[in-house]
Structure formats: structure tokens, C-alpha cells
Design a protein around this ligand. Structure first.
Ligand SMILES: [Zn+2]
Length: 173
């Protein structure tokens, strides 16, 4: 899961070093305006000087080490910023859900509480639904605003809670 910017990639510089002169030769063959030619020439000399510079291997290694260290620190810092306690709603399976994070006691783990599905009727209602039971004592949810009833076609809170925790573990929230 590499999120490194493409232009930071060392391989790109290497490819450019190899392909660059070829492109230059190609452009040289066309009758451009003199000024434009001069600019390209100037750039080419600058770039080729840069790439032909007699660099010592340990500079390169040092640069790689510094680059890796910095990107590692940035990544670590960013992960720290993302707090699972800010993750309090989301579409899991087919329904939208919202929940809270509570801790039964100071030293215990955080747990998901008040996990509630939102009404999806008309695509706009978005009201927290009420949990109830039908005549066969099966769980169903009903919308207090528009009366939408899920009937038997429900999603289970236990599954949703497991998916929330799984998303957090995969840092996918
Ligand atoms: Zn509704």
C-alpha cells in the first residue's frame, strides 16, 4: 500500500537520465526557433551536468536513508493523527449506521455502543431507526419519521460491529 508520490520515486530520475538524451536528439532534428533551441540546449546542459556529476556512492546511500527515514516519520505521524474515536458513522454492508465509543470503566477497552441503522427510504430520510420485534419475535427496524419498515430483511448489529473493528484494524476508515 504505497502512497509515495510518483515524482519522489528514485526510479523516475533513473529513467529520465536514460531517456532524456534520446528525446533531446529527437527534438534537435526539428527546425525550432533559435531562442527555443537555445533554451532547450541550456536545459539539456544543465540536466546532463547534473546527472554526470561525479557523485560518491555513499552520498546516494545517505540520501536514500534520509528519504526513507523522513517518509517513515511522516507515515507514522499521519497514522497517529487518525483517531478511531472519530469514526462514528459509515455505510457498512448496505445500510448507513452510526454509533458511539464508550468505555465501561477507565481501564477497559473502548466498545461500540448505540449502534443504530439509518433509514434509507427515498434515499433522503436518514433518520435513526427504532429496533423492534415482529409477530414472529424477529428483529426488525422501523423509521419513526417515514414509517419505513425493514421487515425480515435486516442486517445484524453483531456483523456491523465486527466490520467496524475490522475497518479500524485495516486502517480503512
Ligand atoms: Zn425514514
Amino acid at each position: 500500500m504505497s502512497k509515495e508520490k510518483w515524482y519522489n520515486h528514485p526510479w523516475l530520475l533513473a529513467i529520465f537520465a536514460v531517456v532524456g538524451p534520446g528525446i533531446y536528439d529527437l527534438i534537435k532534428g526539428y527546425p525550432f526557433l533559435d531562442t527555443y533551441k537555445k533554451i532547450i540546449n541550456f536545459l539539456y546542459i544543465g540536466i546532463s551536468t547534473f546527472f554526470n556529476f561525479n557523485i560518491k556512492l555513499w552520498w546516494l546511500l545517505l540520501a536514500i536513508v534520509i528519504y526513507k527515514t523522513i517518509s517513515f516519520l511522516i507515515k507514522k505521524y499521519r497514522t497517529k493523527e487518525k483517531d478511531f474515536k472519530d469514526y462514528t458513522s459509515g455505510t457498512l454492508k448496505n445500510w448507513k449506521w452510526s454509533w458511539e465509543w464508550t468505555r465501561p470503566s477507565v481501564n477497559s477497552n473502548w466498545i461500540v455502543s448505540n449502534l443504530t441503522p439509518h433509514c434509507s427510504a427515498n434515499g433522503m430520510c436518514d433518520t435513526q431507526m427504532l429496533r423492534g420485534y415482529n409477530r414472529q419475535a424477529q428483529i426488525e427496524y422501523k423509521c419513526p419519521r417515514c414509517g419505513h419498515n425493514t421487515g425480515n430483511n435486516i442486517e445484524y448489529e453483531r456483523d456491523i460491529e465486527a466490520l467496524i473493528i475490522d475497518n479500524i484494524q485495516k486502517k480503512n476508515f
